[in-house]
Each structure stands twice: as C-alpha cells, then as structure tokens.
Design a protein around this ligand. Structure first.
Ligand code: SAH
Ligand code: AVI
Length: 322
C-alpha cells in the first residue's frame, strides 16, 4: 500500500529554511549548539531505531516492558471514543501496545517531524487495527498545529513516550507541558515516559555503545548539513562525545572537532578550534519526584506512575490551573 496516498497528511511548510536559519544561529553561538530535532531525517530516524535495539540502550526495552505490563490499566483511564495524540511517534511501536489494549480509542494521531519515516509503519498498524482512524501529522510539535476538523470534537488523550521530553531544558519541558495542556484541554489525560536518574556507568554506556551506532546517529547531523545545506563538513575530523553531567542530571552529546578547521555552510565560514564542540543534545534524567514536581508546576496533576526502577510512565491529568 502506498502510505502517502493511504493517509491524508499535513506537511511542514518551509522546513528547510528553518533548518538553515537554526544551523546558522546555533553555529554562531558560543558554545556552538544545534537543536536535537534535526537528528531525525529518514537516515537519523532509522539510526534511532537501531539504537533502541542496542544492548546498552535500556530505555526502550524498559518502557516497552512497563507498557506491556500496564497497558490495560492505562487504557482503562481513557474516555471512550477518544483520539490518542502521540508527540514524536517515530515507529509508533509503543502506541501499538497501548492501542491494542484500548478498543474504544477512535482515532490515533501520530505527530512527527520525520515525515518519510512516520508514514512507513502506519499501513501495517491500520491493517492490524482496522477500526481505528489513523491520521498522521508531519509537524514540529513545539509549534501550534491543527487537529483535523473531522476529529476535533473527540475527547483527547496525549501520549509522549521515549523520554523525548528529556531532550528539552527543564523550563522548556514545563512550557511544553503547558502547551500540550492547552491543546488537549482541561480534564484530559497525558501518558508520558521519563527516563530515571541511575548509576553513571549505565547512563554513560547507553550513549556510548560498543557498535558505534549512537556515534553515527550524532555524526548524521553533519551528513544532513552537507546534503541539505551544501556544507562541507569532513566527518572524519569530528568525533562523538557523550557523558553524564551529574550536576545538571543530564547526558550531554557533542561533536568534537579533532583539529583546527574551517567549514563552509551556505557561503559562510565557520571556524573550529581543536577540541571545540557542537553541543547536539541533552537528555535530562529525572526522579519520579522531580518529574511530578515539574508536571504539577506546569498545570498537570499526577494520577499514577508505573516504573521498573529504571524508567517510568506517568499518567497525568490536566488541572484547571494554568
Ligand atoms: N516515541 C518514539 C520515538 C522517540 S525518538 C519512541 O519512544 O521510541 C524522538 C522522536 O520525536 C523522533 O521520531 C523524532 O522525529 C521526533 N521529534 C523530535 N523532535 C520533534 C519535534 N520538534 N516535532 C515533532 N517530532 C519531533
Ligand atoms: C529521543 N531521545 C529521548 C533519545 C535520548 O535518549 O535522549 C535520543 C537519543 N540520543 C542518543 N541516543 C538516543
């Protein structure tokens, strides 16, 4: 089945202009940085899927285990006839677990910036759950986007797995929770996956796998700038650097220049000192308590948490307060 034709979708307008502008801003800043959402072109999304299979990358396995054990309990909290809106759905593998236990969900609206990847697995989901209306949206979820008119009246439940919220700064995460709250409406539910603080060795291993897949995922940002923005990054002159910053409770990922060099992008010259890095991602780790405090501060009240000690899935309800 041609998924492009099978589903009506909305596409990001002028996405490449935004990419170029964000790259120029990020590389002009000191320290240099790039927003992690740009990891996810078709190749980056495929590499992320390979990360989820790595023995060192525990978060996906842990969250899937939690969802498999608790999907009926989670689904029993959903209002009948609701629309499940997933933020950053990727392969939709986790939604499939929840949806299979939630026969009364009427529509599934996966939202992802990685358009080609998003559409890949949905035809199979549609075949497996034929009663379900599936309406993918290719959108940047940090921006306002419209729920399709024919689904707009359904009660809304949010799903934000993967600890993707950990890729925001904590104050941005709070603003994002508020933004989701406005979009879902008072009284609505949100199920959100949060990776937990744990021993540094486990954390460091998860972002420095032996096979080097995470390094390729990180370096793919350079490949993407070369292809889409005509940059001339020499991939052999940058190396993956990831470590746990315990003071900030986050994994930091960087691309470190192995020598002094000049890179050209869009006609501009960007200079790197030896050892200088581009900060490409933060992945904040919370405790159950610290995430609940963030949720409360951002207009959500904790209903229930499911955890295996490594990872947690929180069910929150939108309070009346902002
Ligand atoms: N939910 C999946 C995928 C997590 S990877 C899981 O738990 O395994 C993060 C996903 O969020 C990717 O699919 C990426 O394309 C998407 N994403 C990241 N930033 C985004 C943004 N600003 N808007 C929309 N999607 C985004
Ligand atoms: C999507 N996000 C939560 C992943 C994480 O763990 O921060 C992305 C990732 N980066 C390196 N490995 C995986």
């Amino acid at each position: 089945m041609n998924v492009q034709r099978a589903f009506r979708t909305t596409h990001l307008p002028g996405a490449n202009d935004t990419f170029a502008a964000d790259v120029m801003t990020g590389l002009a800043a000191r320290p240099k940085s790039l927003p992690p959402k740009y990891f996810y072109d078709l190749q980056g999304s495929a590499l992320f899927e390979r990360i989820t299979e790595l023995p060192e990358y525990y978060p996906t396995r842990c969250e899937i285990g939690i969802l498999q054990d608790n999907a009926p309990a989670i689904a029993s909290m959903f209002p009948p006839g609701c629309a499940l809106i997933e933020f950053g759905s990727g392969s939709s593998r986790k939604a499939r677990i929840v949806l299979s236990a939630a026969a009364t969900v009427e529509a599934y609206i996966p939202v992802d910036i990685s358009g080609d990847f998003l559409l890949q697995d949905l035809a199979q989901l549609h075949r497996d759950l034929p009663h379900l209306v599936v309406h993918p949206l290719v959108e940047d979820f940090t921006q306002k986007f419209a729920i399709p008119q024919h689904l707009a009246k359904l009660p809304r439940v949010g799903f934000f797995p993967g600890s993707t919220i950990g890729n925001f700064e904590p104050d941005e995460a709070g603003r994002f929770l508020r933004h989701i709250g406005k979009m879902l409406g008072a009284g609505s539910l949100l199920a959100v996956g949060i990776d937990l603080v744990k021993d540094e060795e486990t954390l460091n291993r998860a972002y420095n796998d032996a096979e080097g897949v995470t390094a390729r995922f990180n370096l793919n940002l350079l490949t993407r700038m070369n292809r889409e923005l005509g940059a001339d990054f020499d991939l052999s002159a940058f190396k993956h650097d990831a470590f746990f910053n315990s003071e900030k409770s986050r994994i930091e990922m960087h691309l470190a220049s192995t020598k002094q060099q000049r890179v050209r992008i869009n006609g501009a010259a960007i200079d790197f000192q030896e050892g200088e890095t581009i900060h490409t991602e933060n992945s904040y780790k919370y405790t159950v308590k610290s995430f609940r405090a963030l949720a409360r501060k951002s207009g959500w009240s904790p209903v229930k948490v499911f955890t295996d000690g490594f990872f947690s899935v929180h069910v929150l309800r939108k309070t009346g307060r902002g």
